[in-house]
Design a binder for this molecule. Structure first.
Ligand code: DX5
Ligand code: ZN
Length: 221
């Protein structure tokens, strides 16, 4: 199934609950929550108190993307504040295998994220503990950046490898996804699309519906 995961990083934070409710009502299946620590990436966003608070506004899947050094320290806290799916960066984990197991032991879905220049072999030996691979299609840290075209080939290569291994793992793409770039990533084999600046703006409902419509077309193919 193709899934849209609007990133609240581009939402209007003074109306965050309302903005999430609008994306939810328009049909987005996940809510993408970018947690940044000012160390793994150059900026800081928000943490557990904000997530606990917005947990009351929607029942959609909380897709928590941790751009944090040594995220293992915080898995229990993110589980407690309402995450459904936690994604950690392979580049930020000292013991990736055990961190993924930790997420699953909390009863949550586990994701691994790779920055654009990190090769796919970073996923070797951990795929059986993974529900989703997040391929960054920009360098992590900020919303509103341009899609890196070389990532289309990386998505296709990952989908090919997963098919060969008979693994039914979601591929999420994150960064620069909008109505003009989404078709290429879907065609290459991505099925979970994060979109921040392409969703949050004046017409949240219209933006969600437009992206969902394109995603549906690719599901039928
Ligand atoms: C970037 C974040 C993204 C970001 C995407 O580091 O992980 O989730 O919000 O924003 P857009 O869709 O505007 O590129
Ligand atoms: Zn993200």
């Amino acid at each position: 199934m193709n899934i849209l995961s609007p990133s609240i990083l581009s939402a209007d934070f003074k109306n965050l609950g309302d903005q999430i409710a609008r994306a939810d009502r328009a049909g987005a299946q996940y809510i993408h929550i970018d947690v940044m620590d000012g160390a793994f990436v150059p900026t800081i966003t928000f943490g557990m108190p904000v997530i606990s608070s917005i947990r009351k506004t929607t029942e959609k899947v909380f897709d928590v993307h941790l751009m944090v050094e040594n995220p293992d320290r915080f898995i229990d806290d993110f589980a407690a504040c309402g995450a459904d799916l936690i994604t950690v960066h392979a580049e930020a984990c000292t013991h990736l295998d055990s961190t993924l197991q930790h997420i699953r032991d909390k009863g949550l879905k586990a994701g691994v994220a790779l920055c654009p220049s990190t090769p796919l072999c970073a996923l070797d030996y951990v795929l059986k503990k993974v529900d989703m691979v997040l391929l960054m299609t920009v360098n992590p840290g900020f919303g509103g950046q341009k899609y890196i075209p070389e990532m289309t080939e990386k998505i296709a290569e990952l989908r090919k490898r997963l098919d060969l291994l008979g693994l039914n793992i979601d591929i999420e793409v994150d960064g620069g996804i909008n109505a003009s770039t989404i078709e290429a990533v879907l065609k290459a084999g991505a099925n979970v699309c994060v979109a921040g600046s392409a969703v949050f703006g004046d017409d949240i409902e219209g933006n969600v519906k437009k992206l969902l419509q394109i995603m549906k077309r690719y599901e039928e193919k």
